[in-house]
Design a protein around this ligand. Structure first.
Ligand code: ADP
Ligand code: MG
Length: 288
């Protein structure tokens, strides 16, 4: 398998595909799913096919993700495990629409994510994905309460006038006495809990989380994983988690392993196979 040549992001066309080209570009016009032949299986809400990401240019150009293919079934809790620097964040950014791949395709909820116009991709992401950033990405000049409510203000939920799960999330994450604080007045753990609450509040179909327990206590981390498990089991939400923490991975239905930018399907753990021991055994085989 040779690497694709299209590594230059600026060379990527942002033009929408034919059937979307003439559609109005307003906030209420969310793209309809495609129905073309050869589309991924309908029970997969996310399909990544042969994704590549290169950084650098010329002689210093190097791949950080290589030929990564992954399918996430609707309502599944899927984890990608790998050590620091293995390409987890890069992979998650490509499948969520935050960072364009150098090659390969991503289908999210029936859409060819990187063939959409930027505007439509933003709308799709806004309406489908709740993202927990590794480094929080809280808005500095908004309070904790305003940060958590942000998806309700800018997303589809505003039409319903919903408060989402604000009270429940504030209570779960013990943020009640921090609601008027600004991000710079929070500890790392409080920032992380706020960013998780923000990702969950509008009940997105897909929750994507980048090392969400990296800055919180072990006990709080376990609570977050239990909450994700409940989102999946009780609400049918899909979870895609990237982590280097075996404990977190053991909450998932499936675990994929990433090493040096490559997934290792031979070590992948499927439904019914995920335990702390099996996760550690796969890590040991891969030497990570
Ligand atoms: P992980 O999340 O598993 O720690 P990352 O996806 O953040 O890994 O990074 C994978 C590799 O890509 C690392 O070697 C990192 O230094 C490199 N990398 C990430 N982002 C960039 C960038 N914007 N420019 C150049 N190199 C990058
Ligand atoms: Mg990372």
């Amino acid at each position: 398998m040779t690497a694709p040549e299209t590594s230059d992001e600026s060379a990527r066309s942002d033009a929408p595909p034919g059937d979307l080209a003439g559609a109005p570009e307003n906030a209420s016009a969310r793209p309809e799913p495609e129905a073309a032949a050869g589309e991924p299986a309908s029970d997969a809400i996310l399909t990544a096919s042969e994704l590549y990401k290169f950084f650098g240019s010329g002689a210093s150009r190097f791949p950080v993700v290589r030929e990564a293919s992954l399918e996430v079934g609707r309502g599944r809790f899927v984890t990608v495990m790998g050590p620091s620097g293995s390409g987890k964040s890069t992979l998650l950014h490509m499948v969520s629409g935050l960072e364009p791949p150098s090659g390969g395709t991503v289908h999210l909820d029936g859409h060819d994510l990187w063939a959409l116009s930027e505007k439509r991709r933003t709308l799709l992401r806004r309406d489908t994905v709740g993202f927990v950033f590794q480094f929080f990405n809280l808005v500095p000049n908004l309070t904790v309460a305003e940060n958590i409510r942000l998806p309700l203000l800018i997303g589809a939920a505003v039409a319903e006038g919903g408060e989402g799960d604000f009270d429940e999330l504030v209570s779960t994450f013990e943020l009640g006495d921090k609601l008027k604080n600004y991000p710079h007045q929070l500890s790392g753990g409080e920032m992380q809990r706020s960013s998780i609450a923000r990702a969950l509040i509008a009940r997105p179909a897909v929750i994507m989380a980048d090392e969400p327990t990296g800055n919180i206590s072990s006990k709080a981390g376990e609570e977050v994983m239990r909450l994700f498990r409940r989102c999946c089991d009780e609400r049918g939400q899909t979870i895609m988690l990237v982590t280097h923490n075996p404990r977190d991975a053991s909450f998932a239905d499936e675990v994929h392993f990433l090493k040096d930018g490559e997934l290792h399907p031979e070590q992948q753990l499927g439904q019914g196979q995920v335990t702390a021991q099996s996760v550690n055994a796969s890590l040991a085989v891969l030497g990570i």
